[in-house]
Design a protein around this ligand. Sequence first.
Ligand code: ATP
Ligand code: MG
Length: 305
Amino acid sequence: MSKGKDRKAHLKDLEKLLVNYRVDSGDGFKLQDFDPSSTDGMEEGKERAQELLVRGVDWLSELQDRLYAQDKYALLCVFQAMDAAGKDGTIKHVMSGVNPQGCQVYSFKQPSSEDLDHDFMWRYMKCLPERGRIGIFNRSYYEEVLVVRVHDQLLQKEKIPERLITKKIWDERLQDIKAFERYLSRNGVVVLKFYLNLSKQEQKKRFLARIDVPEKNWKFSSADVEERGYWKDYAKAYQEAIAGTASEEAPWYVVPADNKWFTRLVVIAAIVKTLEKLDLRYPQLEKDQLKNLEKAKLMLQSEKK
Ligand code: ATP
Ligand code: MG
């Protein structure tokens, strides 16, 4: 099969994988309708899944090269999840073939006092990807409607004038985030958002493995177990966040996260599909620029040894 035809078939396979997980409108969205353990019947064909993943990584590397050369679009990939859902591993695998120069990864932790002296978007805006680059947000401005919503004492620390803190604040933040993402898309920054959808049982298993396996001990944090106690509150906050901000220009992917190999495949599929749709091309040189190339070639060829 020619490379072009093969690619088309591959793209179709990847697109098929995505239909169940893409959310581009909040209408009727219910997080509980999404099964964290789903593998789309691929369990038997794990080898095939592995092959799709490897080829996806390869393809992404090519697409990134063109994105960089064209220097017009930027891609922002936002990763959100409960602890131990596999954000780090997914980022590591999906980006494994990508030129580090064209990729910028930021992990957002608790805000600093300088961050708290600004509006909530400030620290995230500073980290947006340049044109031609892929930006990865490991946690993001969505924490402002997730952890801050679940623990609303965090909101008190944000030094917002009291009269602006009303019952509507979460809806207002969601509206602002949606508008911000529309603004980005209108500027050529393509936004993709991934919620790695882990089940509570699988999280327990992974936490226990972090305790039992010495090589994983460093990953364990008792604070994570405490956060687990707020599972329902987080589920509610995620429901509202996704429903309130899903849009055509900045879709969410609710990715099953109980099986890591499947998580990675869905994420790579979404990124490849999105970049492929942009029709990225290497810049074409103008006639006089081509003439200059010819001139330079002649000069090089006529150099004495
Ligand atoms: P890992 O545990 O895999 O290293 P992580 O993203 O969980 O990665 P941690 O240092 O464990 O990193 O946790 C970061 C913490 O910072 C999370 O509990 C997160 O909810 C919190 N956080 C992130 N953004 C904000 C924010 N804007 N306000 C308050 N807390 C935040
Ligand atoms: Mg953590």
